[in-house]
Design a protein around this ligand. Sequence first.
Ligand SMILES: [Zn+2]
Ligand SMILES: [Zn+2]
Length: 317
Amino acid sequence: MARSSGPFSSPPGSVFPDPSVLEGVTAPAFAHLPDPATLFARRAERFARLAQDHPLGPYLSFLAHIARAQHVAAERAPAPEPPDAEAVERARTHEMPPLDRSHFTSDPAFESLFDRLLSQARAIEKPEPAEAALAHMLAASEAERGEMIRNVLADSIPVEALAEHLYVAAALQVHFARLASVLDASRLVPVGDGVCPACGGPPVASVVVDWPAAAGARYCACALCGTWWNFVRVRCTACGSTGGIAYQEVEGGQGSAPGAIKAETCDACHSYAKVLYLAKDPDLDPVADDVASLGLDLKQKEGPYRRATFNPFLLGY
Ligand SMILES: [Zn+2]
Ligand SMILES: [Zn+2]
């Protein structure tokens, strides 16, 4: 699989020069790193747009404000300690992701970012459970926060505290996007099906892009750090099976253009994951559109497939 090289790795979802064009290579780049300067601002815009005339309008609008708060935190909070260069190379040698989420411990930079995000969240108009959860978070002990951080990084959020974990996940997304953004995309290697090559997390969804020279290529989008990695089409992003793959969609009510979002179902592992098609709707954002297309998840509840992907904003799914 070809990999990007050089400094041209660009923010997913933005209008950027495709690295394979610049380098005269026809294969799509393996990975695109997130750009924290634009990632959350664009997501905030997308959430706000999706909130219009949508059954989940008030919640999507709340998430637009959360994404806006993430953007401000990414701009203003002190920069995190960059990943240790030797550890990054060691991880590559062992085909492991360079950002080790299982050993993450909070530090002053993260605390500062988290406090900034929580304080901004106070001013956001929000549903009652989100208000109560914020009060809980503001009063939470260090140990409680630590436990919630571990839950989010293990992709295992207890249903009784979904709203609290939403704030923790929002802070962790900013922190890990900033860490991922300083990696070298050309040094990332595949670390397994359904696993982000930067942070080891699961995807939130996958995106079929329409970029010049990579048109029709598919990328999985990390739910935590926002890295996109190349993944062949018509192949289960959870188990890697190429047999027993089918597609389902629902008509309307999702905020995106018709045919822009489908559920890719897999008969080998009985899971499904959403696929977003940029050619159908250039403004798609994996995190925002995943929440807005909840109708597709509700449809799957009737069938044999369980959701394989992770989104801390899609409460209860
Ligand atoms: Zn990641
Ligand atoms: Zn599968």
